[in-house]
Structures are given as structure tokens and as C-alpha cells.
Design a binder for this molecule. Structure first.
Ligand code: PCA
Length: 327
């Protein structure tokens, strides 16, 4: 009863507002949750994407960003979009590797370590990723890689043995597995909670990009960075397929065009900013070094094991992509 009394006038007001607004009643609003801070390059790229869509659709589609895991936590974003709680979203693809090995193709260690290779791998794997997402009612818009992954540590690391017993922060199943293989104690912490985990000593070593190091002011607790360049994980931006289908043709085209531009732009800004992020680590007093030959060799050995494991899990479809990639 109380609810009805509240709703009735609210609906009347909404109705009047719609009448007064005229054609704006045809405006669609999407929410887009993401998991990284507003000034991260992925998020800035998303903001530009949303502006482009608004302009190209003549204001018919407004996409509101919710960065920094403020609407949904990273592991929940994909499901939220699939179930229509949000209309679009961004997430690091490999967080869902346990659901399907294809989501982990870009974190197979040392498979694709340059931006060029990463792009080649994405072109080859995109159809399989699209197929999997389509089966969940989702449609891929674009993907952009993080800068190359290296090791941050509280203590100097000359070989993998120095990471034994470390409180190892993981962000996906692959990094968790690496923690186990090196005899560290893996703990999964998404970036939105990472600064606190570092400050409280819950984490003493991790593998990620200089970008994330910068985002969480990692120099406040971690002095060493080793530029291993193990892989370039990608963030994936996707949309609820029914929400996309509900748009008129012209607006759909505006979204797809803005997405293609966002992929190009994001890729380039990842390349450009990767150097800048690394310089920021140095400027804040960190020791930034290439890995020692021992560390590199140790990591490569782990990489071989993980590659073999992945190929086995991924089956013929994944194997065919990797074969095509290596050609
Ligand atoms: N930053 C994200 C994922 C990969 C990266 O470079 C993170 O550490 O959570």
C-alpha cells in the first residue's frame, strides 16, 4: 500500500517528464561497470568510447561508466551483464579462465610478449572468444592489452627461490597457479583492493604491469620491479546481446564503429603509456631492472609447464589457434 502511494506519483512525474522531453524519450541508457580507477588508461579509453557513442548516436545512447569496481566487483561483472543487471562491462578476460580455457589464451606465459604478437593472437582467438560469449548472451565490443607483466617484490629477487614463501598476489587462475609452482602463498586480490593488501602486508610479491604498480602507488611498500615481460593480458569490453539488439540499426552501427576505434586507440595508448608507467616507478625511487638470467630461466621453465597444461585443457580448438599463431 505504502509502496503504491509512493509509486503512483513517481510514475505520473516520470510520464510528464517523458512527454515534455519529446523525442528524448527514445534515449537509451546503459550502465558499464569496470574494475580499474578512472585515470587508468583502460578507463580513459572507455570514457572516450562512451563519448563517441553519444555523439555518433545523436544522444540516443548514453553509456554511464562505473569504474573502480564501484558497481560490481571484477569477478562479478560478466555475470551482471549476462543477466541484464548492467548492459555492458569491462573485465580482464583471463579472470574467467576456469570457465573456459579460451579466456586464458593471452596469459600463457611467453606465448605473446610483444604488442604486435598480442594483436596477432587476439585476431586469431577473437572468433572463439566471441562464440563462447555469444553462448552466454554476450557480444564482444573490443579488447585492449595491459602493458607487459613483470614481478614486483618487497625483497630482491635473483631467482625464483627468492620468491619462496612470499605472500603472492594473484589476479586470475594463471597467476595463482604460478604462486603455487614457485612455493609462494597465493592470495587472489583484485586491483581495487590491492593498495590495501599491500599496505597491510597481506601481499609481498606479485606479477602485474607497471600500470597497475602506478595505479596503486606500489612504491609505498614495494621497492623492486623486474621487467620479465611474461605476457600481455587483455581487458575485454562486451555488451548484453539483447540490449544491443534492442537498439535501432544506426545506433548499433555507431556502437560498433566506436568500439573498433576504441580498440585501435587503446592498443596505442597501452604502447605509449607503458614506457611512461615504467618511468613513474623509477621516479618514485623504485629499482627497475631486467630479470637476472636465473630468474628468466626459472620463469621460462614454469612457462613451459603452463603452456603444456593450457594446450591440454584447451583441446583441438585452442591448439589450432596456437599453431596458427606460431606460423
Ligand atoms: N593489471 C591488472 C591485471 C593485469 C595488469 O597489468 C591487475 O593487476 O589486476
Amino acid at each position: 500500500m505504502a509502496l503504491k502511494r509512493f509509486l503512483a506519483p513517481a510514475l505520473a512525474v516520470a510520464g510528464l517528464a517523458a512527454l515534455a522531453a519529446g523525442p528524448a524519450a527514445a534515449q537509451t541508457k546503459w550502465n558499464l561497470p569496470s574494475a580499474y580507477p578512472a585515470d587508468n588508461f583502460h578507463t580513459e579509453n572507455l570514457a572516450q568510447f562512451s563519448k563517441d557513442v553519444e555523439a555518433a548516436s545523436g544522444g540516443k545512447l548514453i553509456i554511464t561508466l562505473h569504474p573502480n569496481a564501484s558497481l560490481f566487483k571484477a569477478p562479478e561483472i560478466k555475470r551482471a551483464v549476462a543477466t541484464g543487471q548492467a548492459q555492458a562491462g569491462e573485465v580482464i578476460m583471463s579472470i574467467h579462465e576456469n570457465e573456459d580455457p579460451i579466456f586464458g589464451i593471452d596469459v600463457v606465459p611467453f606465448l605473446a610478449t610483444s604488442y604486435e604478437d598480442s594483436k596477432k593472437l587476439w585476431k586469431l582467438s577473437r572468433p572463439a572468444v566471441e562464440k563462447k560469449l555469444a553462448s552466454q548472451g554476450l557480444m564482444v565490443l573490443y579488447a585492449v592489452p595491459w602493458p607487459p607483466q613483470g614481478i614486483f617484490s618487497k625483497n630482491p629477487v635473483n631467482s625464483l627461490a627468492d620468491l619462496k614463501g612470499a605472500k603472492w598476489r594473484a589476479y586470475n587462475p594463471g597467476t595463482s597457479r604460478i604462486g603455487e609452482m614457485i612455493g609462494a602463498q597465493p592470495v587472489t586480490v583484485q586491483q581495487a583492493e590491492l593498495a590495501q593488501a599491500l599496505a597491510t602486508g597481506v601481499v609481498t610479491a606479485l606479477i602485474t604491469s607497471a600500470a597497475t604498480g602506478y595505479d596503486v602507488k606500489i612504491w609505498e611498500s614495494i621497492p623492486y620491479f623486474y621487467d620479465v615481460q611474461a605476457w600481455l593480458p587483455k581487458n575485454l569490453v562486451f555488451v548484453n546481446k539483447a540490449a544491443f539488439d534492442a537498439l535501432d540499426k544506426a545506433t548499433q552501427e555507431a556502437v560498433l564503429k566506436a568500439a573498433a576505434a576504441a580498440e585501435e586507440r587503446g592498443w596505442q595508448s597501452s604502447i605509449d603509456k607503458s614506457k611512461w608507467y615504467m618511468e613513474q616507478l623509477k621516479a618514485h625511487g623504485m629499482k627497475v631492472e631486467p630479470p637476472s638470467p636465473e630468474l628468466k630461466a626459472g620463469f621460462q621453465k614454469i612457462g613451459e609447464q603452463l603452456t603444456a597444461d593450457w594446450l591440454k585443457k584447451a583441446g583441438p580448438e585452442g591448439q589450432a589457434i596456437v599453431e596458427a599463431f606460431k606460423k
